[in-house]
Design a protein. Sequence first.
Length: 358
Amino acid sequence: LIFKSTRSTHGRSKTERDAILADPGFGKYFSDHMVSIDWTVEKGWHDAQVKPYGPLLLDPASSVLHYAQEIFEGLKAYRHADGSIWTFRPQANAERMQRSAHRLALPGLPTDAFIESLKQLVSMDADWVPSAPDTCMYLRPFTIANESFLGVRSAHKATYFVIASPVGPYFSKGVAPVSIWLSEDFTRAAVGGTGAAKCGGNYAASLLPQQEAYKNGCSQVLFLDPQEGKYLEELGGMNVFLVKKDGTLITPELSGSILEGVTRLSILQLARDRGLKVEERKISIDEWRNGVASGDIVEAFAAGTAAVVAPISALKGRDFVAGDENAPAGKLTMSLRQELTDIQYGRAPDRHGWLKRL
Ligand code: COI
């Protein structure tokens, strides 16, 4: 694929950009350009472009608007001390997007084109990659079905996009510990459903329980397995880890309805490298609740690209609280977070070859 570039004539001034980069929040502002690559059954992937960021013109009959045939990814571009810009394990995101595409009957973009699309956008909008501590550029690739047709079948037309958002911490309180709300009425994904795919529909289904979490003073919602309602799956938008008193790190095994987080995989690797005992297995909600009460579970954290590693202070449900909302972040949690971000920001050796220069 050869990318055609069209530079924006209405990009923000340096003053406007600097004001945004000084306090970016999360996912509120977008850089001046975006990528699009069209796909049709007849032509495959074609017409790759980097062009000015702006609204899409969509036919009201576009399939994505009716049957939610959509997938997305999330990864970050980090500015290192020498000014160079790097991303983290983009092959993993490219391959996951191909698996998501398969499940949603969308075309999968080849890995080389995926990585090239990030390069193209980041080199055009390099000035938008912030350099303050704990800031970076969040890249959001996504594919939508956009055939104008109301029959229920996979669309014959789709477009892949990448947009970029300069970001600070995902949670407004930064790395301060968050409380988690147990969703007792709703699950996130069905057995045999789309839970392992990164599709917008999974996140749409998480929003009502997420609202319930906010109402109860929690930042994320925890879902249990759809079959027995007994085992931890994941949070609204991130994976979950627990730390046992003996130092064992545990996280739910991939059940087919859990998202295979790249941060999840990376944390598991870093923990194994340290010689920690690591378990990917079924974890029941009682194991967590009782473990907190007995002192057997000493830390908990959320892991995802957007939030990196976020300490969890308490788990709350309709009639219980496990843990202390005012408890400080766990030691292992924070040291894993530090180690991962040191690699991402180029402050520590990249011994696994996870970084890719953009
Ligand atoms: C991520 O990028 O970490 C996500 O899963 C998406 C969302 C929580 C922003």
